[in-house]
Design a protein. Structure first.
Length: 281
């Protein structure tokens, strides 16, 4: 196959995931990728259905456990372009610990988080990014917890590529995705999107009025400025590449991998593994 094909989805009409899928398809094709070169990894959730709707290699695992599978695949076969698609609950709730520690490892994968500020698949309870006071079918008196700031968290944890996109700005989102996929290391993109069924506050109109692309004069290499930017509590939500830093990726630090030969192509002794397993019997 010479192009990425999309398939019929189970998303609600008007869901922001459609636009994200279209931008992802465009990004991969504009980069000249082939479907057999790409591995799409996901956990559980509406966003995590993305690999099922695009013609590429795919793996869908447990809730919050997309990153370990993605990292393992990349470590085993560096030739793969590995992309994670998951939601704000999947990434920051169940998968929060993996999010933190894979920033530290800096394996060369791309992590797209479809952030609709609600749990969309499991019927609309508050997610880690849901606004305080937001009333849901579960939090009937309003969410009592302050929302997580995933951009600030990623910056503080040491991520080398941190960006935010909006599903309603396909041109910008495609450009961000292309830069993230090409970044040599762990690339994190939080993508604002509406959930038209369960989130009646953070609607498409809300985001359309709130998002503000970063200007050409913005310095994405200034970490302190980036942290101050995402800590501001104004009416505008900045989008674009918020921070970028060249960092040594995992494969270049791991002595078994730094010569560029994928793990799957390296010789192994089956007897060593057999003896190791037997030692635990």
């Amino acid at each position: 196959m010479e192009e990425f094909k999309t398939y019929e989805t189970a998303w609600c009409p008007g869901c922001g995931n459609f636009a994200i899928l279209n931008s992802l398809k465009a990004a991969l094709e504009e980069l000249g990728k082939q479907p057999n070169e790409v591995l799409m990894v996901a956990g559980i959730g509406q966003a995590a259905k993305t690999p099922q709707y695009l013609s590429a290699n795919s793996f869908c695992g447990l809730h919050g456990r997309a990153l370990p599978a993605a990292v393992a695949a990349k470590i085993a076969n560096e030739k793969l372009t590995v992309i994670v698609n998951s939601g704000d609950g999947d990434s920051y709730g169940e998968g929060g610990n993996h999010f933190l520690h894979n920033i530290r490892r800096n394996v060369n994968i791309t992590h797209f988080v479809h952030d609709n500020q609600i749990y969309g698949l499991t019927k609309g309870q508050a997610s880690p990014t849901t606004s305080e006071g937001h009333i849901t079918g579960v939090q009937t008196e309003g969410n009592i917890n302050p929302p997580l700031n995933p951009i600030l968290l990623a910056l503080a944890a040491g991520a080398g590529f941190v960006a935010r996109g909006f599903s309603g700005n396909g041109k910008q989102l495609t450009a961000i995705m292309k830069e993230a996929i090409e970044y040599p290391g762990y690339a994190f993109v939080d993508i604002m999107q509406p959930c038209i069924t369960f989130n009646k506050i953070n609607t498409f109109a809300f985001y359309k009025n709130a998002v503000e692309p970063l200007g050409e004069d913005y310095d994405s290499g200034d970490k302190l400025a980036a942290m101050k930017l995402v800590m501001e509590s104004g009416d505008k939500i900045p989008t674009g590449v918020i921070y970028r830093e060249d960092k040594t990726e995992y494969h270049r630090k791991q002595h078994l991998l730094k010569d560029g030969k994928p793990l799957i192509e390296q010789e192994s002794e089956a007897s060593v593994l057999k003896d190791l397993i037997q030692s635990f019997v």
